[in-house]
Design a protein around this ligand. Sequence first.
Ligand code: SF4
Length: 162
Amino acid sequence: METPALLLHLFGRGITVSPLPDGNLLVKPAARLTDTDRDAIRAHKPALVDLLQRRSPTTAPGALPAEIRALIGLDDAEIERIGRYIEQARRHGFGLDDAEALADRLLLRDRLGADVRMCIECRHLERSGRCAAARSGRVVGAGRELQPVRAELHRCAGFAER
Ligand code: SF4
């Protein structure tokens, strides 16, 4: 993986990388890093430092350099949203690859302005996979033991933002 692609891959999962004055890198949140990420960061460290130090002085620490954002057509708000979507999917047991794919679909949804949601975005979805709103009779037509398809885009009157 090329260095810009590595940086994008990390940013897409909500991981920020910042150069430190001593030539090291600050990577946050470290808990989100896989062993593969750590190996890749180690292998690309000099190139990452160089790339990140070239960012505009007005760019916030840890932010993706403007030229890379432009390259992939993501703005800061979308980068933040991708990280949040991946986190929501991971919280409900999806592996990293699946979570990234779901985040892509949700970003596309946002760009199209479609009024549809996934249950993984809803605060009524429990870690067990059951819907708390259905259990209390708030999802019309659904049984009390509803275990909805978690990653299907749909309209639901019971949906509530986390
Ligand atoms: S209320 Fe609707 S959107 Fe929310 S978890 Fe239940 S079925 Fe899914």
